[in-house]
Design a protein around this ligand. Structure first.
Ligand code: ADP
Ligand code: MG
Length: 715
């Protein structure tokens, strides 16, 4: 029996085993159990230390190293009480995944025993030997040191595994020269930049109570699960996270019976396991459901401040990856694991809030609040329009290239969906103020010039990369596997730029002069409304219309990345202290390199699979056909067809090898990336087309790779 058949047999008898004690109360018994959160801090820290730490966590004062030893002691006592033997500084280098190196608490005491040690310095600073992390040229080998520094705002947590527990400290990662080598630092800087400019706007509106503005993030996470016994027979899934070959399944997603459908027992067991683990980690996992494609699912947490929510999304992804095997499953976070059906994204729900609890993207219900809302909204519109190229670049990678612009995902053109009612309000604003919707009695406080907002302005549009959804924006074009720090950093910075320009303009306008405000906002809408689009983002017409409007449409990563290397980008990130020119250049370089490396791995894997798995299957089948061909005209025809496809396969393999070889000869990484787009990727697609046709002809018994219909439906 073929390995595929054996796997399918064992799937049929798979039994779902419980992995969690579901009688434990999710809120009271387990929520935050693995987190050094507020109540544990109160328990393990002396009162004055606790108070000062809280003020730092709340962003009210910088961390004072004087309290570091005391905090470290409390953290260690708590961690050891939970069985921890090791600690690690956890960070997010520019590899796109997280990094950790574990050290035990043990120190020899000189008398053949050990004592447990964990100092303030251990807590606050680490020095991982990090010469192998990408730095984009920032960290020359002679200054190879990198430092990790505790990010006080992100909760310390425990990684609890069957054989032990590791105390995990979220950190930022900098070079010897103080330059950012990670995703966290620029995000924190962009938060500060945005907060500062937003506060200037609030002050114009006579807000004197808020002391801080920050952003919130609620990332909806899409993913696929496939049976591990099948997935392990697919080298492409193991090495690249997506299928490089595979004929379409006769049944795909056309019946639309998967979306929000009943969740299979085995998948639900995984989801329940995941939820409880996340709750223990203090991650507010909220929503779970079947997604559109067969084998595709989604989870969404309750939103949190962006730096915490971004760290949590990394933990969500790694927890999913860790738990899937317990259920005999393999997690696929790739943006496009299967051709021909939906890919996966991350929908980043984003808003700005004050420390005293006001959501700045909430329209509010009096004219004064509405005016402030419209000012902030105009700021976002301008930011997305002026920096559309950067937002596109921030979500560009080899994986997302397969998804953006495909007919189920937002296009590569950045535009904003507002909903028809708000669109109408903005049109009135552009025209100079309120018109049709003026209602007697509603317009007071001297705000008569501004349009009245509708009560519930929440249309939906799945085709928009950036949609307003009532009291938040949803950045839908982000890839499912991507860390969300970088797209959010770019968004924050783009909006900081706009709010700063608006605040500059308002400096010349007396507080309460709403006519003056209206005229400024009207100008912003007039200049930037080209980025607003209400229609179908998947349509051909939109591509033509966007071209007429002059909106950038960068279809591939090599088209998108140059935006990071313009004087405009360098000036923007430097002006707001988010990235120096060198830091930005390093990031761009890492993106280029990564694109080439990922594409190259895929080409190599495709060649390997075609040569050593697919071609031999075709040859075997030809042997079988040869036996029967003499007796049957039909079989002789099939045999001729398979033989000709086998020839084409060999030719296509050679063509791909040749294209890959030529690409490697490019004289820069940029030229190499373009060579992949122009010749390697098309050659790989041509190879796939031949192989996929063979799959539809070769005997099922002989086909070596689990098929789409098995991966998508057998679990
Ligand atoms: P929708 O149906 O509009 O997509 P959901 O209630 O399903 O909204 O929420 C989707 C995600 O958006 C969740 O993660 C949720 O916590 C998050 N979210 C809700 N309100 C906000 C907000 N003000 N800021 C950021 N994220 C938010
Ligand atoms: Mg949503």
């Amino acid at each position: 029996m073929s390995a595929r058949k054996t796997a399918i047999q064992s799937i049929a008898s798979h039994k779902v085993a419980p992995t969690q004690n579901y009688l434990e109360h999710a809120g009271a018994d387990i929520y935050g159990q693995y987190v050094f959160g507020e109540s544990v801090q109160r328990e393990y820290l002396p009162k004055p230390i606790f108070r000062r730490l809280r003020r730092t966590i709340d962003g009210l004062e910088p961390f004072d190293t004087v309290i570091a030893d005391a905090v470290a002691h409390g953290v260690k006592e708590w961690a050891m009480a939970h069985g921890a033997t090791h600690y690690t500084h956890w960070f997010v280098p520019m590899t796109g995944s997280t990094a950790e190196k574990h050290d035990s608490f043990l120190s020899p005491d000189g008398e053949g025993k050990t004592i447990a040690e964990f100092s303030g310095k251990n807590l606050m600073q680490g020095e991982p030997d990090a010469s192998s992390f990408p730095s984009g040229g920032i960290r020359a080998t002679f200054e190879a040191r990198g430092y990790t520094a505790w990010d006080v705002t992100s909760p310390i947590f425990l990684q609890v595994e069957p054989n032990g527990v590791t105390l995990t400290i979220p950190t930022a990662y900098v070079s010897f020269t103080g330059e950012a080598l990670d995703h966290k630092i620029p995000l924190l800087r962009s938060q500060e930049a945005l907060g500062k400019q937003a506060l200037r706007i609030l002050r114009w509106f006579d807000n004197t109570t808020s002391s801080r503005v920050f952003t919130n993030i609620g990332p909806e996470q899409e993913y696929f699960l496939v049976d591990r016994r099948l997935a392990e027979q697919r080298p492409d899934l193991l090495l690249t996270g997506r299928t490089l070959f595979g004929a379409p399944s006769p049944k795909g997603q056309e019946l639309e019976d998967q979306y929000f459908g009943p969740i299979r027992e085995r998948i639900l067991a995984f989801m329940m396991d995941l939820d409880r683990e996340l709750w223990r980690l203090g991650i507010p996992s909220k929503t779970r459901h079947n997604e559109v494609a067969p084998g595709q699912f989604e989870m969404a947490p309750v939103y949190e401040p962006t730096s915490v929510g971004s760290d949590h999304n990394m933990v969500v992804m790694s927890t999913m990856r860790r738990l899937a095997p317990r259920h005999g499953l393999m997690l696929l976070l790739h943006e496009k694991p299967f051709a021909g059906i939906n890919g996966s994204g991350k929908h980043n729900n984003w808003s700005m809030a004050t420390d005293d609890g006001e959501n700045l993207l909430d329209p509010g219900n009096n004219p004064h609040d509405n005016a402030q809302f419209l000012a902030i909204l105009a700021g976002v519109i301008r930011g997305v329009n002026v920096h559309a190229d950067l937002l596109r670049a921030a979500i560009a990678d080899a994986g997302n290239d397969h998804r953006l612009g495909a007919n189920e995902a937002p296009p590569a053109i950045m535009s904003i969906f507002m909903g028809s009612q708000l669109e109408d309000v903005l049109a009135q604003l552009e025209a100079g103020g309120a018109s049709a919707s003026k209602k007697g009695g509603e317009i007071e406080l001297g705000v008569t010039s501004l349009p009245v907002l509708p009560m519930d302005a929440t249309d939906r549009n799945r085709t928009s990369p950036f949609a307003f959804t009532g009291n938040k924006f949803e950045f839908r074009a982000v890839g499912s596997s991507a860390p969300i720090y970088w797209p959010q950093t770019v968004l924050n910075t783009a909006v900081a730029d706009s709010l700063s320009s608006l605040a500059d303009d308002l400096d010349g306008v007396a507080h309460g002069d709403f006519a003056g405000l209206t005229s400024i906002l009207s100008g912003i809408i007039r200049d930037h409304k080209q980025v607003l689009f209400e229609g179908n983002g998947y349509s051909e017409e939109w591509h033509a219309e966007a071209a007429r409007r002059g909106l950038p449409n960068n279809k591939t990563t090599p088209d998108a990345l140059p935006a990071l290397s313009t004087p405009k980008a360098a000036e923007l990130f430097a002006r707001f202290g988010v990235l120096t020119e060198r830091e930005l250049a390093a990031r761009a370089e890492i993106n280029w390199e990564r694109y080439v490396k990922v594409s190259n791995i895929e080409a190599s894997a495709a060649i390997d699979i075609a040569k050593t798995l697919i071609l031999p299957a075709a040859v075997k089948y030809l042997g079988e056909l040869a036996v029967a061909a003499g007796a049957s005209r039909g079989i002789a025809a099939v045999s001729a067809k398979v033989a000709s496809l086998a020839d084409n396969l060999v030719d296509a393999i050679h063509a791909l090898e040749h294209a890959q070889h030529e690409a490697h000869g490019s004289d820069s990484v940029h030229a190499e990336a373009h060579a992949f787009v122009d010749s390697v990727i098309p050659a790989q697609a041509a190879l796939r087309a031949v192989a996929d046709e063979l799959e539809t002809l070769v005997s099922d018994e002989l086909w070596p790779l689990p098929k789409y219909r098995e991966l998508l439906f057998q679990y």
